[in-house]
Design a protein around this ligand. Sequence first.
Ligand code: SF4
Length: 285
Amino acid sequence: MGDHREEREAGRLVYPVLSRRSGGLSVGVNLFPDRKLCNFDCPYCEVFLSSEPGPRGRGFDPRELEEELEAFLERGYAEAWAPEPVRDLCISGNGEPTLSPFLGAAIEACASARRLRPGLLGAADLVLITNATGFLSPSVSALLEAAVAREGLVIWAKLDGATPDAFRRMSRSRYALEEVAAGIASFASRSPVTVQTMLCRSGGAEPSLAELEAYAALIGRLVEGGARIRALQLYTKARPSPGEPPGQETEGLGDGRLAELAALVASRLPIPVRAFGASGELVLP
Ligand code: SF4
């Protein structure tokens, strides 16, 4: 059984993958088949470069998503994946999904597929992976809040770094840590989120203990302030990244080290902390 991320990279709208964080088969939905679109430039990003022309040459079409979902669920699954259970339908793909005008249509297509196939998808989560900047938009927040309430949408919101310097280094964006954290706090005061955070070496250095303490303190303040953060997912880099600047290359942490750092964070917080290394989910010491 292989990893089918190349289907996303080739411009497919639906791409099944074995996902560490999903715990098995995840059916990815790609809102950006023609080119990467993101307001972050994370150094560890696995998606091809924004400046490169897309592999498919045409954009997202909700009807094509429905057709590709139908084809996968009717034939592709049985041919290549059965009896592996589908853990989730996951909206992410080549960029930041909340930047797409088709986000609502994609959520509805996935929710509809789940309603139509309770046997295959009844236990599958509907997941959105976001860099959390959409929470700064009232219209995106309202769309997501409605989807959480109506469809049980599960949101995995990225927060890479809890000092201004770490956040800038990991997002390489125009966004400030304070505004993204405030957006998470505001949204999560109304709807639950899972926060996910990349821990990796950058330019040869792993996250400092001061950064990890700042991270645990920030999450702790958000939770104390009423943010419904269901869990933290700490993970590390698993695949090469295109276009990393020389001297600032990112590199995954070993399972043992990631588990140690995750245990440190977990010891400071009242919420579940899960860690995902090269071998899958890790048992924390
Ligand atoms: S937010 Fe996601 S898609 Fe955007 S640059 Fe970071 S890793 Fe890549």
